[in-house]
Ligand binder design. Structure first.
Ligand code: ADE
Length: 463
């Protein structure tokens, strides 16, 4: 089955476009005060604030390397180039600025969209990718690795200044900004998409409060997204992040995984695969049982705190590891977070316990000494897989971002029929992404025989 092609929307009117352009430049100017390259104002390059355009060549090499593992997105890009389903649509994307995201941006641009990208996390930005997006692919980008909170929000505002008609979020920060501080723009936004579990939870809370201003497709809910990206992507890249940051041997360690959603399942699976003993901490009865029967220990966080060598949080909730746990942890433990926000490890409480006994002992590893025990936190408690490693491998992002691109196309054709609210990715898109991925991997499936097909439709056959 192929995805039905929604009708294309006429290009946005030129008055709206010129308003957007001047708004865009004011965004770039304000970003310029933080060091934006002056080439932006010369008109040669799209508006931007990136660390160093001189990194662009390296960025291109990496983006092209990632693209080799993204055949589904490439096919979509080639079709978008021919059909221009997003012609004239202004899209503001707030995503991790990685090589994989760069390939999504290229796809949206190929579809005719005017795209602006800002970072969805201050530590996940790959500066060479950001440079390449601007200098090579002509995509307006506001992202610097290590941005502080002010710069982070300046970048979001610069993206919002382009007066998008569609938002594409990873963690809901852009949606939240627009709903809290830029409400005048809500009337211009026809739809949005959201990439991650945490963002979807927020959107559903907004919808339940009747506060969501437009329809948003929850890309995370697509099977071809969370079964692969959350499980195998987070699983592998989290272990990768912990190892790159610490170079510890995993075999024989006690690893505590907090949260047994799709991310927690993948993290536990991969640590067990490397010879760790894994204890899962859960609050949900069914998930806890599943964790047990998948081969994990299941404990309370209180018991796990004194047992673990390595702790990884992936709950989406706040203060999972807190003062009472820091007080009983063993000397030398490692704490890392794979949830979207940096709230799962209570760092203010840890700082208070450690006082002035805090030092960076290795890149991305900060040691807090509490009552003589050295407790380590990776990447300031931010997403360890993107801060200490390169995020999910391109092969899974291929499916996640194929869903994003097709969801944008779907919304462009369909938004008139959708009320404000949170929507699943249409099942046909999900199946199409799986079909294209299997085809790219040269995997052929059996069709049902006519007899099997008939049998499944019938109800008369008994024992
Ligand atoms: N989220 C997790 N991994 C990612 C990646 N490689 N690119 C963009 N978003 C991500």
């Amino acid at each position: 089955m192929t995805v039905p092609m929604p009708p294309t929307k006429p290009a946005a009117n030129s008055a709206a476009n010129s308003a957007a352009n001047s708004a865009a430049s004011s965004g770039a100017n304000s970003a310029a005060s933080s060091g934006a390259n002056s080439a932006a104002s010369s008109g040669d390059l799209p508006n931007h604030d990136v660390v160093d355009l001189g990194l662009a060549a390296e960025g291109v090499r990496r983006i092209e390397w990632a693209e080799r593992e993204m055949p589904v997105l490439r096919l979509i890009r080639e079709r978008f180039e021919r059909e221009k389903p997003l012609a004239g649509l202004r899209i503001a994307a707030c995503l991790h600025v990685t090589t994989e995201t760069a390939n999504l941006m290229r796809t949206l641009k190929a579809g005719g969209a005017e795209v602006v990208l800002c970072a969805s996390n201050p530590l996940s930005t790959q500066d060479e990718t950001a440079a390449a997006l601007v200098a090579e692919y002509g995509i307006s980008t506001f992202a610097r690795h290590g941005a502080d909170r002010d710069m982070y929000y300046r970048h979001l505002n610069a993206a919002a200044d382009t007066r998008p008609q569609m938002t594409m979020d990873d963690g809901c920060d852009l949606v939240t900004l627009i709903h809290q501080e830029r409400r005048d723009q809500l009337a211009e936004i026809v739809a949005g998409t959201e990439e991650t579990t945490t963002g979807v939870i927020r959107l559903k809370a907004m919808a339940a409060d009747d506060a969501l201003g437009y329809p948003v497709v929850a890309v995370n809910e697509a099977l071809t997204k969370h079964l692969f990206d959350n499980r195998y992507g987070t699983g592998q890249s989290t272990v990768d992040g912990v190892i790159r940051a610490t170079n510890l041997l995993i075999a024989g360690r006690h690893v505590v995984v907090a949260g047994y959603g799709w991310c927690g399942k993948g993290i536990s699976l991969r640590f067990r695969g490397m010879g760790a003993q894994v204890a899962v901490v859960e609050v949900d009865q069914v998930r806890a049982l599943e964790a047990l029967m998948d081969g994990n220990l299941v404990m309370t966080i209180g018991d796990a705190a004194a047992w673990g060598d390595i702790f990884v949080t992936a709950t989406g909730d706040i203060h999972v590891l807190r003062a009472e746990h820091f007080k009983v942890m063993r000397d030398g433990v490692i704490m890392a977070n794979s949830g979207h926000f940096d709230v799962e490890i209570d760092l203010p409480a840890l700082r208070q316990l450690a006082g002035d006994k805090v030092r960076e002992v290795r890149e991305n590893v900060v040691e807090y000494t509490v009552e003589g025990r050295r407790l380590h936190v990776l990447a300031e408690g931010r997403l360890v897989n993107l801060s200490c490693a390169a995020g999910h491998p391109a092969s899974v992002m291929d499916m996640s971002f194929a869903n994003q691109a097709l969801a944008a196309e779907y919304l462009q054709g369909k938004h008139h029929d959708l009320a404000k609210g949170v929507y699943d990715v249409p099942a046909e898109i999900d199946v199409e992404v799986a079909r294209l991925k299997l085809a790219a991997l040269n995997i052929v499936l059996d069709p049902l025989t006519p007899e099997q097909f008939e049998y499944l439709r019938s109800w008369q056959h008994g024992t």
